[in-house]
Design a protein around this ligand. Structure first.
Ligand code: FES
Length: 630
């Protein structure tokens, strides 16, 4: 196939691309992360780039007006390369790695601090400095045994195994460093393994990463394994999104030739970039990162480990495995310490993955005497209900709306996202935006506030339609249907009005309906009432803020006593971090996943009725929401 050169101007990135391939794929290969909220389907209009020179083939899109089209604006995902190109990427089309606000790090740290006392601090990888007595004719045990003997005082389990590769150069290192060495010990399947031996005392440098691999976002945290301190957090859109925004399209793509490789490379590059970014920001050496702990949904784990996910989407929906062995990080193609290891939280089934098991671990649901509930409002919306004796779990097909995906101005909870909205009687709006910039879009918690306020002020009706009779310059007929202007062009940082339209509201309504009805269906399943639930943990990628009151007002969450609610942030990441810091906690996840029974909502007799009844704000039956006054 003929190849052309694509030069991304101003970013000094040039690559070769085959004739007829799309510009989005070229941008990905050039290492650029474009906004691709719809997964390259031409539906979100976010991947706009400007073709300055060269031949292309593209279709007209409603997202590009005539004026912009003349300037060369195209949607990268809908544009095919037909010649050497010079392309400019506008700032707003670039997805940037953002640090989650400090408060949210504090928040997830709060969960673990509250709960970590239950688990002994025993990180997956530990380092011990030893000064070995040199061998003599009387004391002539082997080098490995000598190390084991010295470590006896520090380790509860004395049995220390070592792989052949890890002992080959042992004698050399010991002698070259005058018998003063640091032994790096990793935990693997109930055993302690000597991963490597380093000359001198290197105990101060011992780092690990916790990762939450979500369908929409990948979040990583660098942790000092000596102090438990979180040194930094990074969040990025999952690069697999260009191959499809939901797990099903990715599984389909993964079944194509090379598809699995490409999906795997996409997420590995996400992970590697976050690692590189955080180690360089904290002046940590890559070779001092010895362990990575992952939590993620079942499909994400299959794609991360390059395991064929095909059967996950075929009835009876069986994954290849729900538990994953501890392995060397290098085996995944991730560059950290060459002897570094990776561990993965186990899952229950296709629909309840390690991310949810991690959440159950982090909020302690599995050990509560009373009944509690965890709702993780992510791409899917997983719910676990139970106590220390029993747990049931289900997944609602909520879609990624509350993660900011698939909506006109949706974005994740990072800098520039509107996260709080207040509207007064005169329809004046007060916005709370993450960071110092003017707003760029709206994140999940912003949408919850927005819907609630629009409902309160009569801007939208119970069924989610814009009130045509309202007198305000903010309500107008837009390109697609009626819309409401949240921030005018001059108040935004993207040079255009930020709006919410009736399609967005419909999308959000379906998402909230799916989550609410899943909660009720699980309660029905065990014949319990809302009042029987003493704690409701809400998890999800909402950044540092979620207004529970407003979430109840729109009917996303049931009208329970407010003090049963606790917003726990990214509980999957918290679970991965707990497992990283304590292999006892990791062992606990092996019990948790076995104790959760998966409930298929589709086979529950009343689920569909519940769902349809929930497609109103807050609900068809206002009796279910006594505290909501419309
Ligand atoms: S329009 Fe191109 S990614 Fe959505």
């Amino acid at each position: 196939v003929q190849e052309f050169t694509v030069n991304f101007k101003g970013l000094s990135k040039t690559i070769k691309a085959p004739k007829g391939s799309d510009l989005l794929a070229a941008a990905i290969r050039a290492g650029l992360i474009l906004n691709t909220a719809c997964g390259g389907e031409g539906l979100c209009g976010k991947c706009r780039v400007i073709v300055k020179k060269g031949n292309i083939r593209d279709e007209r899109s409603k997202f590009i007006n005539d004026r912009d089209r003349k300037k060369g604006f195209v949607l990268a995902c809908q544009t095919l390369i037909e010649g050497d190109l010079e392309v400019e990427v506008p700032k707003e089309s670039l997805e940037v790695h953002e640090k989650i606000k400090h408060e949210s790090e504090e928040f997830t740290k709060g969960i673990i601090l509250k709960r970590e006392d239950g688990f002994k601090f025993s990180p997956f990888v530990r380092k011990f400095y030893v000064e070995l007595p040199p061998p003599t004719l009387d004391d002539n045990v082997s080098d490995l045994e000598r190390i084991g003997r010295e470590l006896k005082g520090s380790l509860d389990k004395v049995m220390l195994s070592a792989k052949l590769a890890n002992v080959k150069h042992l004698s050399e290192v010991i002698r070259e460093s005058d018998f003063k060495i640091t032994v790096v010990v990793g935990y693997r399947d109930g055993e302690l393994e000597m991963l490597t031996v380093e000359p001198g005392d290197t105990t101060k440098a011992n780092y690990g990463f916790a990762f939450d691999i979500g369908t929409t976002t990948v979040v990583g945290q660098l942790i000092d394994l000596n102090t438990k301190n979180i040194l930094g957090t990074r969040i990025a859109f999952n690069r697999q999104s260009v191959y499809g925004s939901d797990v099903i399209t990715r599984i389909i793509y993964g079944s194509e030739p090379k598809g699995l490789d490409e999906l795997n490379e996409a997420v590995i590059s996400n992970i590697s970039e976050i690692i590189e970014d955080l180690v360089s920001a904290n002046k940590v050496n890559l070779s001092d990162v010895y362990v990575i702990s992952y939590a993620g949904n079942m499909t994400m784990m299959h794609l991360l480990l390059k395991i064929d996910p095909t059967n996950i989407r075929k009835a009876p929906y069986v994954p290849t495995t729900t538990v994953f062995p501890i392995m060397h990080s290098s085996g995944l193609g991730i560059e950290v310490s060459p002897k570094g290891i990776s561990s993965f939280l186990p899952g229950v089934s296709t629909y309840i993955g390690g991310d949810i098991v991690g959440g159950v671990l982090a909020c302690g649901l599995y050990e509560n005497d009373e009944i509690s509930l965890l709702a993780d409002i992510g791409t899917n919306g997983e719910i676990v209900l139970g106590n220390k004796e029993w747990m049931i779990g289900a997944a609602a097909s909520a879609g990624p709306a509350f993660e900011g995906s698939g909506l006109s101005f949706g974005m994740k909870a990072v800098r520039g996202a509107i996260e709080k909205v207040k509207i007064d009687e005169n329809l004046n709006i007060e916005l709370g935006t993450i960071g110092p910039d003017k707003p760029k879009g709206i994140c999940g918690s912003g949408y919850i506030d927005l819907l609630c306020q629009m409902l309160k002020r009569g801007i939208i009706t119970k069924d989610g339609k814009m009130n045509r009779g309202i007198k305000s310059g903010r309500v107008r007929k837009g390109a697609a249907n009626y819309e409401f202007v949240v921030a005018f062009k001059n108040e935004s940082s993207i040079g255009k009005d930020i709006i919410i339209n009736e399609d967005d509201i419909e999308n959000l309504k379906r998402s909230k309906g799916a989550i609410y009805s899943a909660i009720i269906a699980l309660l029905n399943k065990v014949e319990k009432k809302l009042g029987d639930v003493k704690k409701i943990y809400i998890a999800g990628g909402f950044g540092n803020y979620l207004n529970i009151e407003n979430a109840i007002f729109i009917g996303l969450l049931p009208d329970a006593d407010r003090d049963v609610y606790e917003f726990v942030g990214n509980s999957s990441l918290a679970g991965a971090r707990m497992a990283l810091l304590s292999h006892e906690a990791f062992e606990k996840t092996n019990e948790i996943y076995k104790n959760i029974t998966y409930v298929d909502l589709g086979s529950e007799p009343n689920y569909m009725d519940e769902y349809i009844a929930a497609l109103f704000f807050p609900h068809t039956d206002l009796g279910r929401f006594p505290s909501v006054r419309l």
